[in-house]
Write a protein that binds this ligand. Sequence first.
Ligand code: PEP
Length: 251
Amino acid sequence: MRKNIVAGNWKMNTTLPEGLKLADEVNAALAAEKHNCDVIICVPFTHLAPVAAVIDQNVLGLGAENCADHTSGAYTGEVSAPMVASTGATYVILGHSERRQYYGETAATLREKVDLALAAGLTPIFCIGEVLAERENGTYNDVVKAQVEDALFHLSAEDFGKLILAYEPVWAIGTGKTATADQAEDMHAHIRGVIAAKYGEQVAQDTSILYGGSCKPSNAAELFAKPDVDGGLIGGASLKCADFMGIVKAF
Ligand code: PEP
């Protein structure tokens, strides 16, 4: 059975004291109130170990926003999957459109990162999504299919089953422009079909597919009500405890 999940992506926001305060607030809010989904925060590398020390990971999962495509060695400035795992974090966002766009991440790089993350025992939250021109010229289904196939279809069914996917139309990220619930549902159903064709219906049905892109308390319930939308990857609205909890409560 797939899980409902709300995951925050803090991106390059918060100093360490600000991040610790936010993590503590979210953890306390989740501990105080019943909620009907798994909740995860993905935070800057600098925050991982200190945040791990202040949250209860039975209540609030912890992840990184990226990891290196090598395990160790002379890669100045990089942070490897085993290093992330050694902080106590158990998730890692991979393939975010900002990494693809600003840091040139390709399917080949992402295959390495996914393999290393899985080998380190991390759960990748793997992002896919089309840019505005691809939405407008009608190629979006093919673009997203290729992103899934090129970066992930070398995996065994067992390893593929460990992933969380996040459909994030690039035109909706940080723009205030959300995909409609129907657009999200159509794409999520399409992705599930692509998975089913390769790994079978059971793996497809068991894969959590999150929606990301200007998701907020006011639109989360409508998005999450769709049968193939299993939650959200939340950027801007994960930086305020009340907004993030408003989205969690949409389940
Ligand atoms: C994201 O970057 O993953 C994201 C969904 O951002 P936002 O919610 O701010 O659009």
